[in-house]
Design a protein around this ligand. Sequence first.
Ligand SMILES: NC(=O)c1ccc[n+]([C@@H]2O[C@H](COP(=O)([O-])OP(=O)(O)OC[C@H]3O[C@@H](n4cnc5c(N)ncnc54)[C@H](O)[C@@H]3O)[C@@H](O)[C@H]2O)c1
Length: 440
Amino acid sequence: MSPSAPRKIAPATGRLGILTPGLGAVATTFIAGVESVRRGYSKPIGSLTQMATIRLGKRSDQRSPLIRDFVPLARLDDLVFGGWDPIPDDALTAARTAGVLNTAELDRIAPFLSGIVPMSAVFDNRYVTRIHGTHVKAGKTKRDLADQLRQDIRDFKARNQLDRVVAVWCGSTEVFIRPGRQHSTIEEFERAMDQNDEAISPAMLYAWAAIMEGVPYANGAPNLAVDTPALQRLALDRAVAISGKDFKTGQTWMKTVIAPGLKARMLGLRGWYSTNILGNRDGEVLDDPASFKTKEESKLSVLRTILQPEVYPDLYEGFSHVVRINYYPPRGDNKEGWDNIDIVGWMNYPMQIKVNFLCRDSILAAPIVLDLALFSDFAQRAGMKGIQEWLSFYYKSPMVAEGLQPEHDLFIQQTKLKNTLRHLMGEEQITHLGLEYYEP
Ligand SMILES: NC(=O)c1ccc[n+]([C@@H]2O[C@H](COP(=O)([O-])OP(=O)(O)OC[C@H]3O[C@@H](n4cnc5c(N)ncnc54)[C@H](O)[C@@H]3O)[C@@H](O)[C@H]2O)c1
């Protein structure tokens, strides 16, 4: 496809602040990893912005630069970290508590991590019942609280002499909230903040504050935050890039790899049973049925959208899909997942696929936080605003324009991401047609 004119993209000069509401397992593993890469102790494995290449032009052109050499992204050396948490532990203490990284690894960067101290959080036990925070802001109304967050962002920026800031939600999953009138317009949303309406959760206040400050916002958890008509409108009005939701890391990532493979081969599915054991704090939060319901909604939608039973009733109508997460403390962050997939082949013969995934949740999530931060900052500098659907690659429940089905297939998401980069940089998009090699 012929190239479009390159966009005007502001250069990534100066320092970029990355704020994470939530300084728990994922956020500290992300920060520790970036510091360890900066010092040459490890490679940024799992990060597209740091390790992936992008093909440009024809296959015979042999042009495949690293993405970070092709698009102007902030450099790792220019990143500054901060966050909020209702638990006052600094990043070193929080990382030790999370138990993802070993002591030797943490000792090498201990002074750096202990210098990152969370700001007091906007937190309310009604939305996350299993955490008992003490480091919490007080305010008469939810708007007061959100205004304090805005001030925090400004102070963080000034204190660290930052050019730009992005926010990636790494806080606990909040209870399930149905979108209502309060989320329908900016006016309704702000009125609800003034009236301390229950439908406005802390995560939404962070999202509102970030957008008001012109800070791109990425939502790593499945709860409702920036995915409401009100905040989407605000993001468009204020020209801020937003994306979400729920980092796609373990079992769901595997689903978005395997299910497109089944569908590509026109193999049927009778059922997909997924269960996990997980012992970290996230597992504990998800042990609360209300928080789990938020996660479950996010996990269940994936297969249906990929397999399209309405288009392929003979293959996929009525398949059973069950997802369980069991809190099991001995495993800590090292989740173990089992999938049993009942598939159907030629002449209706049943077959089974079993997947036993021994993964490390935060190790998979950390590079996603990095990529989302760098790409969101890039999108903002490229003048992109509102929902960034091209970042669907990173999410279990990608946000899309109203009336659109999200795209869940990992490989379509990857193509979309890379084609968006090509488009923004004025390069030809790749269709994989390839006839030109045979019909010159
Ligand atoms: N690790 C993964 O693979 C993965 C995948 C998808 C989504 N997620 C989501 O990412 C989030 C973080 O996961 P984690 O393993 O780091 O969990 P965690 O429990 O280790 O950390 C979450 C932190 O958020 C804090 N927090 C809770 N409410 C807050 C608020 N209102 N403001 C600021 N901080 C708040 C908690 O005190 C805690 O320190 C969770 O929502 C989880 O569901 C993780």
